[in-house]
Design a protein around this ligand. Structure first.
Ligand code: HEM
Length: 129
């Protein structure tokens, strides 16, 4: 029997929904990040849902993201946005706050933090950042 995935250990879809809701509520109030995201409520919610589905898939849950959005190619999808060190740091700060506030266990929180820090650094695409 395969060991449980992180997706299963944290409680499945509900965990990633709550995590992304908390994260996006902070993003919306952040002066550095908010301008990058859609102002329209429905588009903003769609962006949040895509992140939720991506994370569900990444951590071992259903691969609905790929079915609906295709291969993630995250660096390519972020190319339209100027992401330098300030954007990366703000993104990570809000996501780490959301992880800290989540009900995940210490081991799962540590895995999530390590992943988000490195994935966000990989998304930097602005020279001199
Ligand atoms: C989409 C910003 C890092 C995953 C987006 C969007 C923006 C954005 C502006 C588009 C929202 C929209 O118009 O729909 C940023 C910034 C980052 C960052 C400033 C700072 C480093 C990350 C990281 C991940 C991620 C680290 C994954 C762990 C996604 C996903 C989408 C997305 C899955 C939706 C892609 C789709 O359309 O299917 N991001 N992002 N982002 N981002 Fe990020």
């Amino acid at each position: 029997v395969a060991p449980p995935t992180l997706y299963e250990r944290v409680g499945g879809d509900a965990f990633f929904e709550a995590l992304t809701r908390r994260f996006y509520a902070d993003v919306r109030r952040d002066p550095v990040l908010a301008p990058l995201y859609p102002a329209d409520e429905a588009d903003f919610e769609a962006a949040r849902f895509h992140l939720q589905q991506f994370l569900v898939q990444f951590w071992g849950g259903p691969a609905t993201y790929n079915e609906e959005r295709g291969h993630p190619r995250l660096r390519m999808r972020h190319a339209p946005f100027v992401i330098g060190r300030p954007e990366r740091d703000a993104w990570v700060r809000h996501m780490l706050d959301a992880v800290a506030a989540s009900g995940a266990g210490a081991m799962e929180r540590a895995q999530l933090v390590t992943y988000f820090e490195s994935a966000a650094t990989h998304m930097i695409n602005a020279a001199g950042a």
